[in-house]
Design a binder for this molecule. Sequence first.
Ligand code: NAP
Length: 310
Amino acid sequence: MTEINNVIIIGSGPAGYTAAIYSARANLKPIIISGLQPGGQLTITTDVENYPGYENPIQGPWLMDQMKKQSENVGTKVINKMVKEVDFSNKNKKIILDDNSEIFSKTVIVSTGAQARWLKAKNEEKLKGFGISACATCDGFFFKDKVVAVVGGGNSSAEEALFLTNFASKVYVIHRRDKLRSEKILQDRLFKNKKIEFLWNKEVTEYIGDKNLTGALLKDSITKSISELKLDGLFVAIGHDPATDIFKNILDMDDEGYIITKPDSTQTSVNGVFAAGDVKDKVYRQAVTAAGMGCMAALEAEKFLSIDND
Ligand code: NAP
């Protein structure tokens, strides 16, 4: 007989693990499918100093490892696989994994998060991994005493630029406007750092390099002039796209692909399917808000099961 689970959680960032902890403590025996990047975006971060409960900065990968262990200790089963397809058309929802195995559940919590956005400038695909990266914490080490650039004016680009000063001899911040949107405390640190130079009102139109990146062509958005910047590495930090491809035409989404939930709720357009974290949130996008939504989703799944559990 096919086993029908109570709660399947797809995605293993702060939202997923928090949903797992709450549903495990409600005796729902949750299963979490950890996905492409177990632990989510925090696993490619270094210092975390805005997750409450820690006096001093902690490391992102350590925090996610703690969340995983905490969820397992209270009764969560973690499956290290990818979900390749879902079918939510029946009361018992079907989830197909990358090894073609199928699992069924009365409720599903979607917490698949978001992925880095790329510039889509000429030669980007060719030079990705050969000087172009979207993760300074993963690849910054390779640029010791080299000249690098970070593209973007948000918190991510600020953090990446500051991190890169630990290795690189020079860090350009290329921004399409003349104002940053990052928090003031990060802006202060950027402006104070002697290794960092800003290139305002500039867009990367082309990457230069045969096998490895050697530079980029920048277009000035005011004068429209093009200039060449010599570089050993370039880090794209211009935001993220929600990981919702497998839910297209299944769950209601907005124009940017974020899952739509009912106001003050994690309930999606399908009964018994809930969404939490960056996959449904383009406003706050914090580990702590994602964790809060994971808690909400678990409580809502529990309530759904108590009413609908035949
Ligand atoms: P973001 O805040 O959306 O900033 C993206 C930046 O990239 C913006 O400056 C934007 O320019 C620029 N940009 C977007 N598309 C571009 C394109 N095609 N070409 C050139 N530039 C482009 O993204 P984020 O920095 O990844 O942050 C996302 C969320 O996570 C935010 O809510 C942020 O506060 C949060 N976050 C928090 C922390 C923290 O608290 N420690 C760390 C990282 C991220 P414009 O300014 O002109 O729009």
